[in-house]
Design a binder for this molecule. Sequence first.
Ligand code: SF4
Ligand code: SF4
Ligand code: SF4
Length: 743
Amino acid sequence: MTLTERIVEEARRLGADQVGIAPVERFAGAPLRMSPQGLMPGARSVVVMGLHHTDASVELGAEPRPQPEGAYLVQWRVMNPKLDDLSFRLARFLEAQGVRALPIVSSNIWRYTGYKDFKLDFAPDLAHRYAAVAAGLGEIGWNGLFMTADYGPRQRVVSVITDAELAPTPMYDGPPLCDKCMECVRNCPTDAFRKEVRGINEIEIGGRTFRFPDTNKWRCAWAENFGLDLAHEIPEVVNEEVLLTYLEKYGTAGGEEGSCLKFCMTPARRVYDADYCRAPRRKKEPSALSGAELVEGIRAIAEAGGVDALAVGTAGTVEAATGQRPALHLPDAASVVVLGWRSPGAGATRNDANLPRRMDYTAWEVAHYLDVNGHSAICHTRMNDVQSARALGVPKPGYRYMTVLTSAQLPAAQVHAGPQEPPSADDLRAFCLERGADLVGFFSAERFSEFRRAVGDPAPRQAVRDANPGPGPFFPEVVTEGGRLLGPEDWLPGARSVIVLGMRFPDAALDTAKVTPAETIGPFAFAQFETLNLLGDVAFHVVRRLERSGWRATIANDLTGRASKVRSSRGLLPDMRANADAALLAGLAYVGVHGHPITPQHGVRQRFVAIVTDCPLPGDPLLRTQPACARCEHPCVSACPTCALNGHGRTVTLEGVDFDLGAVDGFACDWAKRYCLSGREGPAYMGLDVDVPVPESRTAQAVAEAVCDVDWGAQKRHLNVAEECLRVCPAHRIHREEKSDVR
Ligand code: SF4
Ligand code: SF4
Ligand code: SF4
């Protein structure tokens, strides 16, 4: 099998509906700052993957108006995160094949108002829709959306850049996918294809030219991105200032399903059925799978999603038992699928498990599976999930449910996940690795007690929260954080062990940050939140495995509570020091001069999650490797834009081994990475002009005044940082060169 074939196979295995390969030569017309080569010099190919929108979410979502988006919300709640997973996991696969790979986020890391010489509003790192055309998957329609012969505009796509020379997918050369029916133009609620149009784009890709209106993105973003009410009379001129003014005056009214998507379909697949929906429907044929075979496929999806109870029944059964009418949500509903989960972390006092993500994913995966098998299927409707569970005989206290409706005739079924044999420590370690962790370590509650005695409680710190997390001004609120060293017992009474999982991110995500022609931090910001998401997924399954064996378990993103936060397009995240203590105690890492965990395998290039359990597990030996810092010229110290690393490290002794815990001036560090007041740390690369020196007076009031003085504009929604001390840290190279005797 060639590398190209292996990549395509892996992309399909990860769940992609479409895969194509674009050679970089097809990006010749792209601006350097938004090109594969501008993002990662040496790039040779771009792998593009697509996920099909379930037809019913497009056809039946957002009724009777485009806002709010109704069942179409799966676009941002499921499809974008799943595309992120695809991009990130395929990049890790590519790295494992020995080539460089840079995963690009699916959406929502943008420079709203361009960057330096690059004057483009809403500029992502890479335009996936153009990459998808370059990868031979389809064409651009008059609406500016990417279209394919199979799904019309009903897919979202994502890209991974690599230096691997791969076999290109031929350019699409079938019949035109857009026939200029102009339904997108007629239905646009902001009239974005007619008002404020700057001309006609002429985009050349792979020898083909696509022409479509050069719309004003601020107008298009009125509801779609900023959530402003479409009931307003939209001004003749829409720009950043107008949007911020309307937001301040009226607030938001919910997300929008783009009518340019909803009312668009390729002529070959377009069919109207006014009794079903206003939008064109997509012609499709049911696959040859029988109802029983479909139920088997659903069962496999449910099992992979950690579902505890699955029930399948007829729409008539649900209607008769509950009075709910499935046909109101899916006119041809014949069957109902109910998925139930026992909430993870029973008995825990703290829990960072992200059950909603698992529920959203699994329900969508079931609907998507039925859809690609040619049936109508919809999830995230207004059906009452608990009532559906009651109708199909699987209601249990403490369970949470999701409902999927489908036109497929499915035989009734009920599946309950049973108890499992308690895993041995080796089984558990293998389970974690199989599920995607790169590093696994255990430590006991006793070892933590020794750590507590050595470290003591941290001083409480005052932090400033933003009561206006959207775009525009910062509304500061002072809160107190920390003040106590949390331990396993604080998360789970009776805790005996902690499992620590690490996940590396691709080297290129940090190697390219700030220094390539694109001058972007997007891929590293992506890696920061995506590793948390994927680690959370692995941890969820580990908790499930333990709970089904009779143990209790809970998930901790910052076990000891000593970490702070880092600003991201996805909100405030636990910073990259989170779980440094846990990784140290599990024998996976030591703490560098910059206070971040360093492993011999990956340097600083990973994140950690902790699982606290009452299952007794043997502790792993503490790491006895010589820290890279001892053989390093400390570039982290000089690179820090706020001089936060000028103190003396604190040493603790555990089981006879000395560990330096780093010496970080938390106030100065947060000034840059949490409050984004230092341009060099990240905001300057997002196009913001901000550089406020750290004040003499180190108070929350000083932070509040500083953040209020900055004109954040729309970009406040997408503030990201790439921590300078992480970017310059050569620990991975030092360890790889010495090939240290890693256990
Ligand atoms: S709605 Fe019609 S004109 Fe608009 S992009 Fe789709 S096919 Fe083309
Ligand atoms: S840059 Fe050098 S001194 Fe600083 S943490 Fe990394 S290895 Fe240690
Ligand atoms: S470089 Fe950034 S993250 Fe590192 S210590 Fe300085 S401010 Fe903190």
